[in-house]
Ligand binder design. Structure first.
Ligand SMILES: Cc1cc2nc3c(=O)[nH]c(=O)nc-3n(C[C@H](O)[C@H](O)[C@H](O)COP(=O)(O)OP(=O)(O)OC[C@H]3O[C@@H](n4cnc5c(N)ncnc54)[C@H](O)[C@@H]3O)c2cc1C
Length: 482
């Protein structure tokens, strides 16, 4: 018997660790089923309190939904998903003992914390004589497979992309056949949020599950992908894939996504739409780039990637931080983004960049505060992308925004939401206000503001002053202040 430990691979198909834990990583054509071995597979999900310590209601809600869908898939095949609670090493060891398991398989984790935990689990199982098979599944190209000619991991995305885009990629693999699955003798219910000690999320969480992921992928690849180049920076257009929770929690396999995207490229009607598909592929490469960065630099979750001569003198300003979290900064595009996060546990990428820049370069608050807020509120939070995004905006990361290039939140709003459609959707106090006035909010007099939108706050800081202070803060950190 082989126990398969589902974690961020909440899907039955295109799951390399589930189907074929000991299969090689050689690229193969899409759709061919790798050899599966003879052991029947017993699937399990473990709610480990140590892992749940790092979780938050939006992500747990999405996981519960996705587990229900995955369990149905197994049940439709006369099998079942075991769902247990307790520390993973002890629970897996107990199940291995109860069911006469020879091998436990799972997909490789890439964060430092995840890898340390997996080592502990593997040691514990190996000591009992149970084999462990840990398979790269989450990325098209695993860490260490795309390096500089000197064999070093890339720290500049554009060079990484040049190698990534033309490298042969493995195609998706089908799920295990029903004849491969074991049937556990008793039901194990999926706990509720309450059982696990989580509140109901304030936000509306998108539906989880592998079928939902498949629909979203197909919808996007038949339509919006072709306007991705032009519309991806327009938050009101809502033209991005919204696949991020699915990629984070593994309700879709990355090979399935890539295969479908390549098909969209093959059927693109012209060069411009082909280019749009390629731009989207570039985002998948960013995801892989940041996972590689995290793998080789696990400390980036708490430390700056980039060394500065002196510590950056971030401000301790709880009031400003709270205004940022509440979407009450008086900068409409920032507030719209922060309120989208509260309402949907999601925020558009362009707006993530704007709010992250605002926190670090206008409020001069440490990126770790923002990362922590995103970690608790995003349904798609994963340490690699979240940390990559924050350190990019804070000018502390790999291939980051240079410290002297500081987003102006008014011009960002005007450029990317010219009709203030996105702003009005999330900031009801500004509904009915002209786009021009919204984009000029910063320059209106107190009387004009009172007349225009009495319930919306005045800007909590002056951007031009803060810009100068941010430059000085970074110059001191660089040792260039005299
Ligand atoms: C401060 C900040 C924090 C972020 N935190 C996260 C996070 O916790 N989880 C997360 O998945 N993404 C994060 N991102 C990246 C990006 O904002 C989201 O992936 C994207 O908005 C998700 O929406 P989508 O699926 O519609 O994206 P699409 O534009 O449709 O992109 C498709 C997929 O490509 C990947 N991707 C897209 N943009 C990026 C990027 N800049 N970096 C890495 N991967 C990318 C994601 O997996 C995404 O689902 C963050 C970005 C910033 C600036």
């Amino acid at each position: 018997m082989r126990l398969h430990w589902h974690r961020t691979d909440l899907r039955p198909s295109d799951n390399l660790a589930l189907v074929s834990p000991d299969d090689s990583e050689e690229p193969r054509s899409s759709g061919s089923r790798p050899p599966a071995g003879d052991d029947p597979i017993l699937p399990v999900y473990v709610f480990d309190p140590k892992i749940l310590d790092h979780a938050a209601p939006p992500r747990v809600a999405f996981v519960l939904d996705s587990l229900a869908a995955l369990r149905e898939w197994y049940r439709d095949r006369e099998s079942d998903l075991l769902v247990v609670r307790g520390e993973a090493p002890a629970e897996l060891a107990r199940l291995a003992d109860d069911y006469g398991v020879d091998t436990v398989s799972w997909a490789q984790a890439y964060s430092g914390l995840g890898r340390r935990r997996d080592d502990r689990v593997a040691d514990h199982l190996n000591e009992m004589g149970v084999e462990t098979r840990i398979v790269h599944d989450h990325l098209l190209h695993e860490p260490g497979s795309i390096t500089t000619n000197a064999g070093e991991p890339y720290s500049v995305y554009s060079y990484f992309w040049k190698k990534w885009k033309d490298r042969e990629k493995r195609g998706s693999v089908p799920g295990p056949g029903a004849d491969r699955l074991a049937d556990p003798p008793h039901d194990t219910p999926i706990p509720t949020l309450d059982d696990l000690g989580f509140d109901r999320p304030e936000a509306e969480i998108p539906p989880g599950g592998y079928m939902e992921a498949r629909h979203r992928l197909n919808d996007f690849c038949s339509d919006d992908i072709y306007r991705y180049e032009d519309a991806r920076d327009d938050p009101a257009a809502n033209a991005t894939s919204r696949l991020s929770p699915h990629l984070t929690h593994g309700t879709v396999g990355i090979r399935t996504v890539h295969d479908r995207v390549v098909r969209a490229r093959e059927t693109a009607p012209n060069d411009a739409t082909r280019e749009a598909v390629e731009t989207f592929r570039g985002e998948l490469a960013w995801r892989e780039f940041y996972h590689h960065v995290l793998y080789f630099n696990p400390e980036v979750v708490t430390e700056n990637y980039r060394d500065y001569e002196n510590p950056i003198e971030w401000r301790d300003d709880p009031e400003a931080l709270q205004a940022w979290k509440d979407g009450e900064t008086g900068y409409p595009i920032v507030d719209a983004g922060m309120r989208q996060l509260r309402a949907e546990a999601y925020m558009h990428n362009r707006v993530r960049m704007i709010v992250a820049s605002f926190l670090t370069k206008d409020l001069l608050i440490d990126w770790r505060e923002g990362y922590d807020w995103f970690r608790r509120n995003l349904v798609d939070h994963n340490p690699a992308n979240d940390n990559g995004g924050w350190q990019w905006a804070a000018s502390t990361g790999t291939d980051a925004q240079p410290y002297f290039r500081i987003f102006n939140p008014m011009t960002q709003g005007e450029r990317h939401d010219p009709d203030a459609e996105y702003i009005r959707e999330y900031v009801p106090e500004l509904r009915g206000v002209d786009a021009d006035l919204i984009h000029d909010w910063h320059d209106l007099s107190p009387t004009q503001r009172r007349r225009t939108a009495p319930d919306y706050p005045a800007p909590i800081v002056e951007h031009s002053e803060r810009r100068e202070q941010a430059l000085a803060m970074f110059e001191r950190a660089r040792g260039e202040d005299d």
